[in-house]
Design a protein around this ligand. Structure first.
Ligand code: GLA
Length: 329
């Protein structure tokens, strides 16, 4: 190892061209501040917030496409694939959607949002996360309680997938979630998606968000998750990968990451990308949730205003040890 450091910073997408697309989450700021880095290393885009319900239809019928259109133009110009994210979620959905809604009214609102947004970007987005994070992390219940379950019922996802399929006959439709590799959630996701498939609900893939940290999940858990979901006969996307240097419950605040942390992070990136490569026949896309450590949502989650360093490039957009490790094969 170490032979190519600093010398040949090859694009990740080029190194992985026979494996899967390499994606990145972007927004209207980072396509400017990180433009060169994004173009060099990535060939797929997900929009951090701009294709969510609340960004597009904050008030009923008043769609705002300007920001998303700008991002889509950037993707087109650079010949990148684009993932739509997301139609149905318990967050970032405006209140009006649920206000005074009967089941019929809510379904109508969902359907018309999917029609308008889906159609508009049909030629640009090759897949959509039709439903995001519907499954409960803990307890015996399967779905998390939300306005969607309260008003429509336990089968709200089925409606969303059917509506999406009606509008988008050839787009790949995904279910996307976090804690995807850990029990009990892994089993719950498997069961839910299997039930949908058995009923003939049009779903093509499972999105594994992969918001991990340097301590978990284990490589065995990751491998198991990929195998379990693939067993459903569905495609797999790694949709939002980042590797926090803290445990979820850690309250510690560092001014810089320790060497040990960065080494462990590099190891986790290296080992998990090795697993992804093994399953390249099942995995079509591996997306990082941000271009570099200066712009990451983890600076405010789960602890506000605490620096995290979860990505492949540092705060100066320079490659970290993790980058070299995923490129070393
Ligand atoms: C979830 C969502 C993403 C994003 C992240 C935090 O994982 O799916 O769209 O909001 O949280 O950035």
């Amino acid at each position: 190892m170490g032979t190519m450091r600093g010398v040949n910073k090859m694009g990740i997408k080029d190194k992985y061209q026979d494996y899967f697309e390499i994606g990145v989450a972007v927004n209207n700021r980072t396509i400017r501040t990180h433009s060169e880095l994004i173009k060099k290393h990535f060939n797929s885009l997900t929009f951090e917030n701009e294709s969510k319900f609340s960004s597009l239809q904050k008030s009923e019928g008043k769609y705002k496409f300007k920001k998303l259109d700008e991002l889509v133009s950037f993707g087109r110009e650079n010949k990148m694939s684009m993932r739509g994210h997301t139609f149905t979620w318990h967050q970032q959905t405006p209140n009006w959607v649920f206000k005074n809604a009967t089941k019929e009214i809510l379904l109508e609102r969902l359907k018309s949002h999917i029609e308008v947004v889906g159609k508009r970007y049909e030629d640009d987005f090759y897949c959509w996360d039709v439903v995001n994070e519907a499954i409960d992390d803990k307890g015996d219940g399967i779905l998390r309680k939300s306005f969607w379950t309260d008003i429509i019922g336990q089968d709200f996802m089925e409606y969303a997938f059917h509506y999406a399929r009606e509008v988008l006959p050839s787009t790949e439709l995904f279910y996307n979630d976090y804690n995807e590799s850990l029990l009990p959630k892994r089993d719950k996701i498997y069961k839910t998606v299997k039930d949908m498939k058995d009923k003939g609900v049009p779903i093509n893939g499972v999105g594994l968000q992969c918001h991990w940290n340097i301590y978990q999940p284990s490589m065995d858990e990751i491998r198991r998750a990929i195998e379990v979901y693939a067993d459903l006969g569905l495609r797999i996307h790694i949709t939002e990968m980042d590797i926090s240097v803290y445990r979820f419950e850690d309250k510690q605040r560092l001014s810089k990451p320790t060497e040990k942390m960065l080494e462990q992070q590099a190891k986790v990136y290296g080992d998990s990308f090795a697993i992804f490569r093994e399953y390249k026949d099942l995995i079509d896309n591996v997306t990082l949730w941000g271009p570099a450590d200066d712009v990451t949502w983890l600076d405010n989650f789960p602890v506000r205003k605490r620096k995290n360093w979860p990505l492949l490039f540092d705060e100066n957009q320079e490659p970290k040890e993790a980058y070299y490790r995923i490129m070393d094969f």
